[in-house]
Design a binder for this molecule. Structure first.
Ligand SMILES: [Zn+2]
Ligand SMILES: [Zn+2]
Length: 590
Protein backbone atom coordinates (compact mmCIF):
# COMPACT_ATOMS: atom_id res chain seq x y z
CA UNK A 1 0.00 0.00 0.00
CA UNK A 2 1.21 3.47 -0.90
CA UNK A 3 -0.76 6.56 0.03
CA UNK A 4 -0.82 9.63 -2.15
CA UNK A 5 0.11 13.01 -0.70
CA UNK A 6 -3.53 14.11 -0.64
CA UNK A 7 -4.57 11.01 1.26
CA UNK A 8 -1.82 11.46 3.85
CA UNK A 9 -2.81 15.12 4.16
CA UNK A 10 -6.45 14.14 4.71
CA UNK A 11 -5.41 11.91 7.62
CA UNK A 12 -3.42 14.72 9.23
CA UNK A 13 -6.35 17.12 8.78
CA UNK A 14 -8.55 14.52 10.43
CA UNK A 15 -6.05 14.16 13.25
CA UNK A 16 -6.06 17.94 13.75
CA UNK A 17 -9.86 18.15 13.71
CA UNK A 18 -10.30 15.26 16.14
CA UNK A 19 -7.68 16.70 18.48
CA UNK A 20 -9.48 20.02 18.42
CA UNK A 21 -12.83 18.36 19.15
CA UNK A 22 -11.11 16.54 22.00
CA UNK A 23 -10.01 19.93 23.36
CA UNK A 24 -6.27 19.71 22.63
CA UNK A 25 -3.99 22.74 22.83
CA UNK A 26 -4.10 24.96 19.79
CA UNK A 27 -0.47 24.75 18.67
CA UNK A 28 -0.72 21.00 18.33
CA UNK A 29 -3.81 21.25 16.14
CA UNK A 30 -2.13 23.93 14.03
CA UNK A 31 0.98 21.78 13.59
CA UNK A 32 -1.10 18.96 12.07
CA UNK A 33 -2.98 21.32 9.78
CA UNK A 34 0.25 22.91 8.61
CA UNK A 35 1.69 19.46 7.92
CA UNK A 36 -1.43 18.54 5.93
CA UNK A 37 -1.11 21.69 3.88
CA UNK A 38 2.59 21.09 3.24
CA UNK A 39 1.97 17.49 2.12
CA UNK A 40 -0.76 18.60 -0.23
CA UNK A 41 1.53 21.17 -1.81
CA UNK A 42 4.57 18.94 -2.15
CA UNK A 43 5.16 17.69 -5.69
CA UNK A 44 7.39 14.75 -4.69
CA UNK A 45 5.87 11.67 -3.08
CA UNK A 46 5.66 12.18 0.69
CA UNK A 47 5.58 8.40 1.07
CA UNK A 48 8.90 8.05 -0.75
CA UNK A 49 10.46 10.95 1.16
CA UNK A 50 9.46 9.20 4.38
CA UNK A 51 11.01 5.92 3.17
CA UNK A 52 14.22 7.78 2.43
CA UNK A 53 14.14 9.47 5.83
CA UNK A 54 14.05 12.90 4.13
CA UNK A 55 10.67 14.16 5.29
CA UNK A 56 12.07 16.75 7.70
CA UNK A 57 13.69 18.48 4.73
CA UNK A 58 10.21 19.89 4.01
CA UNK A 59 9.25 23.19 5.66
CA UNK A 60 6.91 22.79 8.65
CA UNK A 61 7.73 19.09 9.07
CA UNK A 62 9.53 18.17 12.28
CA UNK A 63 10.44 14.86 13.89
CA UNK A 64 7.01 14.32 15.50
CA UNK A 65 5.19 14.54 12.19
CA UNK A 66 7.87 12.54 10.35
CA UNK A 67 7.57 9.75 12.94
CA UNK A 68 3.80 9.69 12.47
CA UNK A 69 4.17 9.27 8.70
CA UNK A 70 6.62 6.41 9.35
CA UNK A 71 4.06 4.81 11.62
CA UNK A 72 1.47 5.18 8.89
CA UNK A 73 3.73 3.38 6.42
CA UNK A 74 4.47 0.53 8.81
CA UNK A 75 1.08 -0.03 10.43
CA UNK A 76 -1.36 1.52 7.98
CA UNK A 77 -2.59 3.98 10.63
CA UNK A 78 -1.43 6.15 13.54
CA UNK A 79 -1.90 5.20 17.19
CA UNK A 80 -2.95 8.76 18.09
CA UNK A 81 -5.63 8.68 15.41
CA UNK A 82 -7.05 5.37 16.58
CA UNK A 83 -7.12 6.57 20.18
CA UNK A 84 -9.02 9.72 19.20
CA UNK A 85 -11.45 7.76 17.05
CA UNK A 86 -12.34 5.85 20.21
CA UNK A 87 -13.09 9.08 22.05
CA UNK A 88 -14.71 11.39 19.50
CA UNK A 89 -17.29 10.44 16.84
CA UNK A 90 -15.49 10.85 13.52
CA UNK A 91 -18.63 12.12 11.79
CA UNK A 92 -18.41 15.30 13.88
CA UNK A 93 -15.62 16.37 11.56
CA UNK A 94 -18.19 17.10 8.83
CA UNK A 95 -19.84 19.55 11.22
CA UNK A 96 -16.59 21.24 12.23
CA UNK A 97 -15.80 21.85 8.59
CA UNK A 98 -19.04 23.69 7.85
CA UNK A 99 -18.32 27.36 7.18
CA UNK A 100 -19.01 29.42 10.30
CA UNK A 101 -19.03 26.52 12.75
CA UNK A 102 -16.01 25.70 14.87
CA UNK A 103 -14.87 22.90 17.11
CA UNK A 104 -16.39 24.52 20.18
CA UNK A 105 -19.88 24.57 18.71
CA UNK A 106 -19.57 21.08 17.24
CA UNK A 107 -18.48 19.79 20.62
CA UNK A 108 -21.47 21.38 22.34
CA UNK A 109 -23.86 20.05 19.70
CA UNK A 110 -22.51 16.59 20.41
CA UNK A 111 -22.35 16.78 24.18
CA UNK A 112 -25.50 18.81 24.84
CA UNK A 113 -27.75 17.61 22.03
CA UNK A 114 -26.21 14.31 20.99
CA UNK A 115 -25.80 15.51 17.38
CA UNK A 116 -22.92 13.78 15.58
CA UNK A 117 -23.79 13.86 11.87
CA UNK A 118 -24.77 16.45 9.28
CA UNK A 119 -28.12 14.73 8.78
CA UNK A 120 -28.92 14.95 12.50
CA UNK A 121 -27.87 18.58 12.52
CA UNK A 122 -30.06 19.45 9.56
CA UNK A 123 -33.06 17.71 11.14
CA UNK A 124 -32.55 19.52 14.45
CA UNK A 125 -32.30 22.89 12.65
CA UNK A 126 -35.41 22.16 10.62
CA UNK A 127 -37.35 21.33 13.77
CA UNK A 128 -36.11 24.49 15.50
CA UNK A 129 -34.39 22.47 18.21
CA UNK A 130 -31.11 24.38 18.05
CA UNK A 131 -32.50 27.74 19.23
CA UNK A 132 -31.20 28.64 22.64
CA UNK A 133 -28.91 25.60 22.66
CA UNK A 134 -25.21 25.20 22.10
CA UNK A 135 -24.76 28.90 21.37
CA UNK A 136 -27.42 29.00 18.65
CA UNK A 137 -29.89 31.83 18.24
CA UNK A 138 -32.74 31.91 15.76
CA UNK A 139 -30.70 33.79 13.17
CA UNK A 140 -27.78 31.41 13.36
CA UNK A 141 -30.13 28.46 13.03
CA UNK A 142 -31.68 29.96 9.89
CA UNK A 143 -28.26 30.70 8.41
CA UNK A 144 -27.15 27.15 9.04
CA UNK A 145 -30.25 25.73 7.42
CA UNK A 146 -29.82 27.94 4.37
CA UNK A 147 -26.20 26.79 4.10
CA UNK A 148 -27.08 23.13 4.40
CA UNK A 149 -29.81 23.49 1.79
CA UNK A 150 -27.40 25.21 -0.55
CA UNK A 151 -25.15 22.16 -0.25
CA UNK A 152 -22.61 23.72 2.08
CA UNK A 153 -20.96 20.42 2.72
CA UNK A 154 -17.14 20.66 2.79
CA UNK A 155 -16.03 22.20 -0.44
CA UNK A 156 -14.38 20.56 -3.36
CA UNK A 157 -10.64 21.12 -3.38
CA UNK A 158 -9.36 23.69 -5.86
CA UNK A 159 -5.84 24.03 -7.15
CA UNK A 160 -4.48 27.47 -6.78
CA UNK A 161 -2.81 29.29 -9.62
CA UNK A 162 0.63 29.14 -7.97
CA UNK A 163 0.43 25.35 -7.62
CA UNK A 164 -0.72 24.91 -11.20
CA UNK A 165 1.99 27.25 -12.51
CA UNK A 166 4.65 25.38 -10.61
CA UNK A 167 3.51 22.06 -12.04
CA UNK A 168 3.37 23.51 -15.57
CA UNK A 169 6.92 24.82 -15.20
CA UNK A 170 8.13 21.48 -13.87
CA UNK A 171 6.69 19.78 -16.95
CA UNK A 172 7.36 22.35 -19.66
CA UNK A 173 11.03 22.93 -19.08
CA UNK A 174 12.20 19.33 -19.66
CA UNK A 175 9.46 18.78 -22.25
CA UNK A 176 10.72 21.65 -24.39
CA UNK A 177 14.25 20.26 -24.05
CA UNK A 178 13.14 16.81 -25.23
CA UNK A 179 14.71 16.03 -28.65
CA UNK A 180 11.33 15.02 -30.13
CA UNK A 181 9.56 18.21 -28.99
CA UNK A 182 9.08 21.11 -31.42
CA UNK A 183 6.79 23.33 -29.32
CA UNK A 184 5.05 23.07 -25.96
CA UNK A 185 2.80 25.41 -23.99
CA UNK A 186 0.30 25.32 -21.20
CA UNK A 187 -3.28 25.90 -22.34
CA UNK A 188 -6.71 26.13 -20.71
CA UNK A 189 -7.60 28.21 -17.69
CA UNK A 190 -4.02 28.08 -16.44
CA UNK A 191 -2.79 29.92 -19.53
CA UNK A 192 -5.54 32.48 -18.93
CA UNK A 193 -4.20 32.74 -15.35
CA UNK A 194 -7.49 31.93 -13.66
CA UNK A 195 -7.22 32.14 -9.86
CA UNK A 196 -7.80 28.44 -9.48
CA UNK A 197 -7.86 25.61 -11.98
CA UNK A 198 -9.47 22.19 -12.17
CA UNK A 199 -6.60 20.59 -14.07
CA UNK A 200 -3.51 21.52 -16.08
CA UNK A 201 -3.52 21.26 -19.88
CA UNK A 202 -0.33 21.09 -21.89
CA UNK A 203 -0.14 20.88 -25.65
CA UNK A 204 2.90 20.06 -27.72
CA UNK A 205 4.01 19.57 -31.32
CA UNK A 206 6.54 16.80 -31.88
CA UNK A 207 8.51 14.92 -34.49
CA UNK A 208 7.70 11.78 -32.49
CA UNK A 209 4.47 12.10 -30.50
CA UNK A 210 4.51 8.69 -28.78
CA UNK A 211 7.99 9.51 -27.42
CA UNK A 212 6.53 12.53 -25.58
CA UNK A 213 3.55 10.75 -24.03
CA UNK A 214 5.86 7.88 -23.00
CA UNK A 215 8.25 10.40 -21.48
CA UNK A 216 5.49 12.05 -19.44
CA UNK A 217 4.23 8.93 -17.69
CA UNK A 218 7.76 8.10 -16.52
CA UNK A 219 8.28 11.39 -14.67
CA UNK A 220 8.91 11.37 -10.89
CA UNK A 221 5.90 13.65 -10.16
CA UNK A 222 3.47 11.09 -11.64
CA UNK A 223 1.47 9.26 -8.97
CA UNK A 224 -0.97 7.56 -11.31
CA UNK A 225 -1.42 7.22 -15.08
CA UNK A 226 -5.07 7.86 -15.93
CA UNK A 227 -4.69 7.32 -19.67
CA UNK A 228 -1.88 6.85 -22.17
CA UNK A 229 -1.94 6.76 -25.96
CA UNK A 230 0.21 7.94 -28.86
CA UNK A 231 -1.11 11.51 -28.91
CA UNK A 232 -2.49 11.97 -25.42
CA UNK A 233 -1.58 11.13 -21.85
CA UNK A 234 -3.32 11.99 -18.58
CA UNK A 235 -1.66 11.68 -15.24
CA UNK A 236 -2.29 12.53 -11.61
CA UNK A 237 0.55 14.11 -9.63
CA UNK A 238 1.37 13.27 -6.03
CA UNK A 239 -0.40 16.41 -4.91
CA UNK A 240 -3.54 15.33 -6.75
CA UNK A 241 -3.51 17.60 -9.81
CA UNK A 242 -4.56 16.09 -13.12
CA UNK A 243 -2.34 16.98 -16.06
CA UNK A 244 -3.30 16.26 -19.67
CA UNK A 245 -0.73 16.32 -22.46
CA UNK A 246 -1.93 16.45 -26.05
CA UNK A 247 0.43 16.12 -28.99
CA UNK A 248 -0.80 17.94 -32.10
CA UNK A 249 0.55 18.57 -35.62
CA UNK A 250 2.90 21.54 -35.90
CA UNK A 251 1.06 22.87 -38.97
CA UNK A 252 -2.08 23.54 -36.86
CA UNK A 253 -0.31 24.23 -33.57
CA UNK A 254 -1.43 27.88 -33.45
CA UNK A 255 -5.06 26.93 -34.17
CA UNK A 256 -5.05 24.21 -31.51
CA UNK A 257 -3.30 26.32 -28.88
CA UNK A 258 -5.93 29.00 -29.44
CA UNK A 259 -8.71 26.41 -29.25
CA UNK A 260 -7.49 24.73 -26.07
CA UNK A 261 -6.76 28.02 -24.31
CA UNK A 262 -10.42 29.05 -24.39
CA UNK A 263 -12.36 30.36 -22.70
CA UNK A 264 -15.41 28.68 -24.09
CA UNK A 265 -17.31 31.97 -24.15
CA UNK A 266 -14.48 33.67 -26.02
CA UNK A 267 -14.25 30.91 -28.61
CA UNK A 268 -18.01 30.74 -29.20
CA UNK A 269 -18.22 34.47 -29.79
CA UNK A 270 -15.23 34.36 -32.11
CA UNK A 271 -16.82 31.53 -34.12
CA UNK A 272 -20.10 33.41 -34.49
CA UNK A 273 -18.26 36.52 -35.57
CA UNK A 274 -16.27 34.49 -38.13
CA UNK A 275 -19.42 32.95 -39.56
CA UNK A 276 -20.85 36.37 -40.25
CA UNK A 277 -17.67 37.08 -42.20
CA UNK A 278 -17.83 33.91 -44.30
CA UNK A 279 -15.37 31.85 -42.32
CA UNK A 280 -15.74 28.76 -40.22
CA UNK A 281 -13.40 27.99 -37.34
CA UNK A 282 -12.51 24.55 -36.07
CA UNK A 283 -9.67 23.55 -33.79
CA UNK A 284 -7.70 22.48 -36.86
CA UNK A 285 -8.03 25.56 -39.03
CA UNK A 286 -10.10 28.41 -40.39
CA UNK A 287 -12.04 27.61 -43.55
CA UNK A 288 -13.13 30.19 -46.09
CA UNK A 289 -16.68 28.99 -46.73
CA UNK A 290 -16.71 30.23 -50.31
CA UNK A 291 -13.37 28.97 -51.59
CA UNK A 292 -13.05 26.02 -49.18
CA UNK A 293 -9.48 27.08 -48.45
CA UNK A 294 -8.28 26.25 -44.94
CA UNK A 295 -5.87 28.46 -43.02
CA UNK A 296 -3.57 26.57 -40.64
CA UNK A 297 -0.68 28.08 -38.72
CA UNK A 298 1.89 27.11 -36.08
CA UNK A 299 1.64 30.68 -34.72
CA UNK A 300 -1.34 31.54 -32.54
CA UNK A 301 -1.06 35.29 -33.22
CA UNK A 302 -1.66 34.56 -36.91
CA UNK A 303 -5.02 32.97 -36.03
CA UNK A 304 -6.21 36.29 -34.63
CA UNK A 305 -4.68 38.32 -37.45
CA UNK A 306 -6.26 36.09 -40.11
CA UNK A 307 -9.65 36.79 -38.51
CA UNK A 308 -9.00 40.54 -38.47
CA UNK A 309 -8.13 40.97 -34.80
CA UNK A 310 -5.10 42.14 -32.87
CA UNK A 311 -3.57 39.13 -31.09
CA UNK A 312 -5.38 38.89 -27.73
CA UNK A 313 -3.43 38.10 -24.54
CA UNK A 314 -4.79 34.89 -22.97
CA UNK A 315 -5.69 36.70 -19.72
CA UNK A 316 -8.28 38.75 -21.61
CA UNK A 317 -10.05 35.85 -23.33
CA UNK A 318 -13.08 35.76 -21.05
CA UNK A 319 -15.75 37.20 -23.35
CA UNK A 320 -15.66 40.61 -21.75
CA UNK A 321 -15.66 42.66 -24.94
CA UNK A 322 -12.05 41.83 -25.84
CA UNK A 323 -12.95 40.77 -29.41
CA UNK A 324 -14.55 44.12 -30.18
CA UNK A 325 -11.51 45.94 -28.80
CA UNK A 326 -9.14 43.72 -30.78
CA UNK A 327 -11.18 44.30 -33.94
CA UNK A 328 -10.84 48.05 -33.44
CA UNK A 329 -7.15 47.73 -32.61
CA UNK A 330 -7.85 49.14 -29.17
CA UNK A 331 -6.71 46.43 -26.78
CA UNK A 332 -5.04 47.85 -23.66
CA UNK A 333 -1.30 47.35 -23.40
CA UNK A 334 -1.31 45.17 -20.30
CA UNK A 335 1.01 45.67 -17.35
CA UNK A 336 3.90 43.16 -17.20
CA UNK A 337 5.61 41.62 -14.16
CA UNK A 338 8.80 43.50 -15.13
CA UNK A 339 6.95 46.86 -14.85
CA UNK A 340 6.65 46.60 -11.07
CA UNK A 341 9.13 48.83 -9.26
CA UNK A 342 8.21 48.56 -5.61
CA UNK A 343 6.29 46.61 -3.00
CA UNK A 344 3.96 48.49 -0.68
CA UNK A 345 2.61 45.81 1.68
CA UNK A 346 5.23 43.78 3.57
CA UNK A 347 5.60 42.30 7.03
CA UNK A 348 8.64 41.86 9.26
CA UNK A 349 9.11 40.19 12.64
CA UNK A 350 8.08 43.44 14.32
CA UNK A 351 4.39 42.57 14.43
CA UNK A 352 4.78 38.93 15.40
CA UNK A 353 3.57 37.08 12.33
CA UNK A 354 6.28 38.12 9.86
CA UNK A 355 9.26 35.78 9.80
CA UNK A 356 12.20 38.05 8.99
CA UNK A 357 13.89 41.16 10.32
CA UNK A 358 13.29 44.53 8.75
CA UNK A 359 16.81 44.53 7.28
CA UNK A 360 16.39 41.08 5.74
CA UNK A 361 13.11 42.12 4.14
CA UNK A 362 14.71 45.28 2.74
CA UNK A 363 17.65 43.31 1.31
CA UNK A 364 15.37 40.71 -0.26
CA UNK A 365 13.02 43.23 -1.86
CA UNK A 366 15.99 45.16 -3.17
CA UNK A 367 17.50 41.96 -4.58
CA UNK A 368 14.32 41.56 -6.67
CA UNK A 369 15.31 44.71 -8.51
CA UNK A 370 12.74 46.95 -6.82
CA UNK A 371 13.65 50.53 -6.02
CA UNK A 372 11.31 51.12 -3.07
CA UNK A 373 9.17 49.41 -0.49
CA UNK A 374 6.96 50.12 2.49
CA UNK A 375 7.16 48.05 5.65
CA UNK A 376 3.57 47.58 6.80
CA UNK A 377 3.41 45.45 9.90
CA UNK A 378 0.06 44.88 11.56
CA UNK A 379 -1.35 47.38 14.00
CA UNK A 380 -3.01 46.01 17.09
CA UNK A 381 -6.66 45.12 16.83
CA UNK A 382 -5.97 42.33 14.36
CA UNK A 383 -6.27 39.73 17.13
CA UNK A 384 -4.16 36.59 17.47
CA UNK A 385 -2.02 38.41 20.05
CA UNK A 386 0.00 40.27 17.46
CA UNK A 387 0.27 43.81 16.13
CA UNK A 388 1.90 47.12 16.98
CA UNK A 389 0.59 49.60 19.56
CA UNK A 390 1.04 53.34 18.85
CA UNK A 391 4.34 53.45 20.78
CA UNK A 392 5.65 50.45 18.85
CA UNK A 393 4.71 52.16 15.59
CA UNK A 394 6.71 55.24 16.63
CA UNK A 395 9.69 53.08 17.54
CA UNK A 396 9.46 51.31 14.20
CA UNK A 397 9.35 54.64 12.35
CA UNK A 398 12.64 55.51 14.07
CA UNK A 399 14.08 52.14 13.13
CA UNK A 400 13.03 52.74 9.53
CA UNK A 401 14.78 56.11 9.57
CA UNK A 402 17.98 54.50 10.84
CA UNK A 403 17.89 51.81 8.14
CA UNK A 404 17.04 54.43 5.53
CA UNK A 405 20.30 56.28 6.24
CA UNK A 406 22.27 53.17 5.28
CA UNK A 407 20.48 52.74 1.95
CA UNK A 408 21.70 54.15 -1.30
CA UNK A 409 19.44 54.19 -4.33
CA UNK A 410 16.60 52.44 -2.52
CA UNK A 411 13.69 54.09 -0.70
CA UNK A 412 12.20 52.63 2.46
CA UNK A 413 8.80 53.92 3.58
CA UNK A 414 7.52 53.65 7.14
CA UNK A 415 4.07 52.13 6.86
CA UNK A 416 1.51 50.11 8.72
CA UNK A 417 -1.33 47.71 7.94
CA UNK A 418 -3.90 49.36 10.18
CA UNK A 419 -6.90 47.33 11.21
CA UNK A 420 -10.41 48.49 10.38
CA UNK A 421 -12.25 47.84 13.62
CA UNK A 422 -15.77 46.47 14.05
CA UNK A 423 -17.22 49.97 14.48
CA UNK A 424 -15.51 51.34 11.36
CA UNK A 425 -12.79 53.23 13.22
CA UNK A 426 -9.11 52.60 12.55
CA UNK A 427 -7.00 51.05 15.26
CA UNK A 428 -4.30 53.73 15.31
CA UNK A 429 -4.92 57.35 16.41
CA UNK A 430 -4.93 59.93 13.62
CA UNK A 431 -1.72 61.64 14.75
CA UNK A 432 0.21 58.35 14.56
CA UNK A 433 -1.09 57.60 11.10
CA UNK A 434 -0.13 61.07 9.94
CA UNK A 435 3.46 60.22 10.89
CA UNK A 436 3.48 57.23 8.56
CA UNK A 437 4.62 57.42 4.94
CA UNK A 438 2.21 54.71 3.81
CA UNK A 439 -1.00 53.37 5.34
CA UNK A 440 -2.74 50.17 4.25
CA UNK A 441 -6.14 49.78 5.92
CA UNK A 442 -7.41 46.20 6.09
CA UNK A 443 -10.36 44.43 7.57
CA UNK A 444 -9.55 41.25 9.48
CA UNK A 445 -11.95 41.27 12.44
CA UNK A 446 -15.75 41.10 12.68
CA UNK A 447 -16.04 39.73 9.15
CA UNK A 448 -19.44 38.21 9.80
CA UNK A 449 -21.26 41.51 10.10
CA UNK A 450 -23.92 42.14 7.48
CA UNK A 451 -23.07 43.66 4.12
CA UNK A 452 -24.26 47.13 5.20
CA UNK A 453 -21.95 47.39 8.16
CA UNK A 454 -18.95 45.92 6.36
CA UNK A 455 -19.47 48.34 3.47
CA UNK A 456 -19.70 51.30 5.88
CA UNK A 457 -16.47 50.26 7.59
CA UNK A 458 -14.59 49.95 4.29
CA UNK A 459 -15.93 53.27 3.07
CA UNK A 460 -15.00 55.02 6.33
CA UNK A 461 -11.46 53.71 5.90
CA UNK A 462 -11.34 54.83 2.27
CA UNK A 463 -12.51 58.31 3.30
CA UNK A 464 -9.89 58.68 6.01
CA UNK A 465 -7.33 61.34 4.99
CA UNK A 466 -4.34 59.18 6.05
CA UNK A 467 -5.32 55.92 4.35
CA UNK A 468 -3.50 55.30 1.09
CA UNK A 469 -4.90 51.93 0.11
CA UNK A 470 -7.47 49.36 1.18
CA UNK A 471 -5.73 45.98 1.61
CA UNK A 472 -7.25 42.70 0.32
CA UNK A 473 -10.61 44.46 0.00
CA UNK A 474 -12.98 41.47 -0.18
CA UNK A 475 -11.35 39.19 2.38
CA UNK A 476 -11.83 36.11 0.24
CA UNK A 477 -9.70 33.02 0.74
CA UNK A 478 -9.68 30.91 -2.40
CA UNK A 479 -11.22 27.48 -1.84
CA UNK A 480 -12.15 28.40 1.75
CA UNK A 481 -14.44 31.36 1.83
CA UNK A 482 -15.86 33.79 -0.69
CA UNK A 483 -15.08 36.84 1.39
CA UNK A 484 -17.46 39.01 3.34
CA UNK A 485 -20.54 40.46 1.76
CA UNK A 486 -20.12 44.09 0.82
CA UNK A 487 -21.08 46.58 -1.83
CA UNK A 488 -18.01 46.69 -4.01
CA UNK A 489 -19.42 49.46 -6.21
CA UNK A 490 -19.96 51.72 -3.22
CA UNK A 491 -16.39 51.12 -2.05
CA UNK A 492 -15.02 51.82 -5.54
CA UNK A 493 -17.01 55.05 -5.65
CA UNK A 494 -15.66 56.17 -2.26
CA UNK A 495 -12.11 55.38 -3.41
CA UNK A 496 -12.64 57.35 -6.62
CA UNK A 497 -14.03 60.34 -4.69
CA UNK A 498 -11.26 60.41 -2.09
CA UNK A 499 -8.22 59.31 -4.11
CA UNK A 500 -7.77 56.05 -2.22
CA UNK A 501 -6.09 53.15 -3.99
CA UNK A 502 -7.29 49.56 -3.97
CA UNK A 503 -4.95 46.64 -3.53
CA UNK A 504 -4.49 43.52 -5.56
CA UNK A 505 -3.04 41.24 -2.92
CA UNK A 506 -0.72 38.68 -4.56
CA UNK A 507 -0.97 35.98 -1.89
CA UNK A 508 -2.10 32.94 -3.88
CA UNK A 509 -5.02 32.20 -1.56
CA UNK A 510 -6.20 35.82 -1.71
CA UNK A 511 -5.68 37.36 -5.19
CA UNK A 512 -7.99 40.04 -3.93
CA UNK A 513 -9.33 42.36 -5.54
CA UNK A 514 -10.48 39.67 -7.92
CA UNK A 515 -10.31 40.65 -11.61
CA UNK A 516 -14.02 41.43 -11.98
CA UNK A 517 -13.81 43.90 -9.08
CA UNK A 518 -10.52 45.33 -10.32
CA UNK A 519 -12.26 45.99 -13.63
CA UNK A 520 -14.91 48.05 -11.82
CA UNK A 521 -12.20 49.99 -10.01
CA UNK A 522 -10.35 50.79 -13.23
CA UNK A 523 -13.54 51.87 -14.97
CA UNK A 524 -14.12 54.34 -12.11
CA UNK A 525 -10.58 55.67 -12.43
CA UNK A 526 -9.29 54.10 -9.21
CA UNK A 527 -5.60 53.17 -9.31
CA UNK A 528 -4.44 49.77 -8.10
CA UNK A 529 -1.47 48.73 -5.99
CA UNK A 530 -0.10 45.23 -6.61
CA UNK A 531 1.42 44.02 -3.34
CA UNK A 532 2.90 40.77 -2.09
CA UNK A 533 1.78 41.07 1.56
CA UNK A 534 4.78 38.78 2.15
CA UNK A 535 5.21 37.46 5.68
CA UNK A 536 8.22 35.39 4.58
CA UNK A 537 10.82 36.10 1.92
CA UNK A 538 9.80 33.22 -0.36
CA UNK A 539 6.40 34.92 -0.73
CA UNK A 540 8.03 37.76 -2.66
CA UNK A 541 7.81 35.41 -5.65
CA UNK A 542 4.04 35.85 -5.65
CA UNK A 543 4.06 39.37 -7.10
CA UNK A 544 3.62 38.00 -10.63
CA UNK A 545 0.34 36.41 -9.53
CA UNK A 546 -1.00 39.85 -8.64
CA UNK A 547 0.18 41.13 -12.01
CA UNK A 548 -1.70 38.31 -13.73
CA UNK A 549 -4.91 39.37 -11.92
CA UNK A 550 -4.35 42.97 -13.01
CA UNK A 551 -3.89 41.73 -16.59
CA UNK A 552 -7.14 39.78 -16.34
CA UNK A 553 -8.78 43.06 -15.35
CA UNK A 554 -7.27 44.78 -18.41
CA UNK A 555 -4.89 46.99 -16.41
CA UNK A 556 -2.11 48.92 -18.12
CA UNK A 557 1.11 50.06 -16.49
CA UNK A 558 -0.45 53.48 -15.88
CA UNK A 559 -3.22 51.91 -13.82
CA UNK A 560 -0.76 50.44 -11.33
CA UNK A 561 0.59 52.76 -8.66
CA UNK A 562 3.73 50.75 -7.94
CA UNK A 563 4.62 50.41 -11.61
CA UNK A 564 5.87 54.00 -11.29
CA UNK A 565 9.00 55.45 -9.77
CA UNK A 566 8.38 56.60 -6.20
CA UNK A 567 8.85 60.25 -7.20
CA UNK A 568 5.76 60.02 -9.41
CA UNK A 569 3.59 58.61 -6.64
CA UNK A 570 3.03 61.95 -4.94
CA UNK A 571 1.04 63.18 -7.93
CA UNK A 572 -1.44 60.30 -7.47
CA UNK A 573 -1.89 60.58 -3.72
CA UNK A 574 -4.55 62.33 -1.70
CA UNK A 575 -3.76 66.02 -1.30
CA UNK A 576 -3.92 65.47 2.47
CA UNK A 577 -1.26 62.79 2.29
CA UNK A 578 1.08 65.01 0.31
CA UNK A 579 0.62 67.77 2.90
CA UNK A 580 1.33 65.30 5.70
CA UNK A 581 4.49 64.18 3.93
CA UNK A 582 5.64 67.80 3.59
CA UNK A 583 5.10 68.37 7.32
CA UNK A 584 7.05 65.21 8.14
CA UNK A 585 9.92 66.32 5.91
CA UNK A 586 10.14 69.77 7.52
CA UNK A 587 9.99 68.26 11.02
CA UNK A 588 12.76 65.79 10.30
CA UNK A 589 14.94 68.58 8.86
CA UNK A 590 14.51 70.96 11.78
ZN1 LIG B 1 -4.03 41.68 6.03
ZN1 LIG C 1 -0.67 42.11 5.47
Amino acid sequence: MTLRNGEIADLFDLLGDLYELDGAVVYRVLAYRRAAKRFRETAESVWTLSEQGRLTELDDIGDTIATKVGELRETGTMAALEKLRGRVPESLVEIVRLPGLGAKTARRLWQELGITTLAELELAAREGRLQGQAGFGERKEQQLLAQLEAGAAPRKRVFRLDQALELARTVLEPLRAHPACERADEAGSLRRRAESVGDVDVIAAATDGPALTAWLIEQPFVAEVLGHGTTKASILTHNGVQLDLRVVPLASYGNLLQHFTGSKGHNVRMREDAQRRGMSISEWGIEDTESGEVFRTPDEDEVYRHLGYQPIPPELREDNGELELARANELPELVEPADIRGDLHLHSDWSGDGKHSLLDVVEAVRARGHSYMAITDHSGGVGMGIGLEPDDVRRQIEAVHRVRETLDGFELLAGCEVDIMGDGSLYLPDDVMAELDWVVASLHVAQRQGADRITKRLIAAAEHPSVDVIGHPSGRLIGKRDGYDFDVEALVEACADHGTFLEINSQPHRLDLRPAHARLALAAGVKLVISTDAHRLSALDYQELGVFMARRAGATRDDIVNARPLAELAALRKPGRVAQAATRASISKS
